[in-house]
Design a protein around this ligand. Structure first.
Ligand code: B1M
Length: 221
């Protein structure tokens, strides 16, 4: 039953059909299907397909824009559900999130932020195309424990490195941990630029932040 629904979700992204994507998300909520399962098993495979087709020039930029609009329509239904799963516990730490300079991909970064919020963290989302200076100013002003920099383009990964270099120059690390992620980002890149951590998806990002902040408490305490 949910396989059929996931297949229809995937197709709604490929078709760039926001109404269908939203309706299917509502159906999933009504049927008690977990929002993360809907995102990862339904919509994301549609996005991956569109990305592959774009790379092979079978689909074009307007198709990718339409797919993103459909994904956002589904997320508008599923994100409140994700938040609802969180409890009213005291903040487990302050996280500043954003997409690297020159990069306007926001869906994955927003999902990571929503899931962190649902797990008790206070999340400040700086949006897309965020410079290293803006990350540093926000980290200082908000007394962030962790800063997360997302990059979806191989050409913008270098700005993740710039954030780390600036944080080191300004003495913001190690108090503030800088983590990175995004489709082209690898553990090897994370180690090369000496990030404090790397997560391949939203679920592992939550685990990573929890681990980093536990270690921080132990160091301080
Ligand atoms: Co773009 N795009 N895009 N795009 N786009 C990709 C990334 C691409 C791989 C497509 C392809 O060619 N196969 C390709 C990059 C190639 C490369 O660099 N190697 C690409 C390109 C080339 C471009 C343009 C340059 C196209 C052009 O103009 N000619 C252009 C660049 C614009 C810019 O940023 N300056 C562009 C534009 C766009 C749209 C605006 C049309 C749209 C984005 C709309 C929006 O976000 N509002 C778009 C889309 C939708 C995509 C694809 C199809 C889907 C991205 C997405 O939302 N995935 C993408 C192909 C693909 O990724 N398969 C593609 C769903 C999302 C849930 O997954 O973002 O990976 P993702 O996030 C995951 C993990 O990566 C991780 O957790 C998330 C959830 O599990 N994660 C983190 C993400 N951030 C994290 C941070 C963390 C930890 C984990 O800690 C800090």
């Amino acid at each position: 039953m949910s396989e059929e629904l996931f297949q229809a979700m995937r197709q709604s992204i490929i078709d760039g059909a926001p109404d269908a994507a939203r309706n299917l998300a509502e159906t999933a909520v009504q049927q008690g299907i977990g929002p993360l399962a809907a995102i990862h098993d339904g919509y994301v495979p549609g996005m991956s397909h569109v990305g592959e087709q774009f790379a092979q020039r079978h689909l074009f930029l307007p198709d990718m824009v339409a797919a993103a609009e459909a994904m956002k329509a589904a997320m508008a239904v599923l994100e409140p559900e994700l938040k609802r799963l969180g409890t009213d516990r005291p903040s487990a730490g302050t996280i500043v999130m954003g997409t690297a300079k020159g990069d306007i991909h926001e869906i994955g970064k927003t999902l990571v932020g929503t899931l962190l919020g649902a797990n008790g963290f206070t999340v400040h989302d700086l949006g897309v195309d965020v410079s290293a200076e803006k990350f540093a100013a926000a980290a200082r002003e908000l007394r962030a424990d962790v800063v997360g920099v997302s990059a979806l383009l191989t050409t913008t990964m270098k700005w993740q490195k710039s954030v780390i270099e600036l944080f080191d120059r300004e003495g913001l690390r190690p108090q503030v941990r800088v983590i990175i992620g995004g489709a082209p980002v690898t553990r090897q890149w994370s180690e090369e630029i000496r990030a404090d951590g790397f997560a391949k998806d939203a679920v592992s990002a939550v685990g990573l932040v929890q681990k980093l902040l536990q270690a921080k408490t132990v160091e301080v305490g």
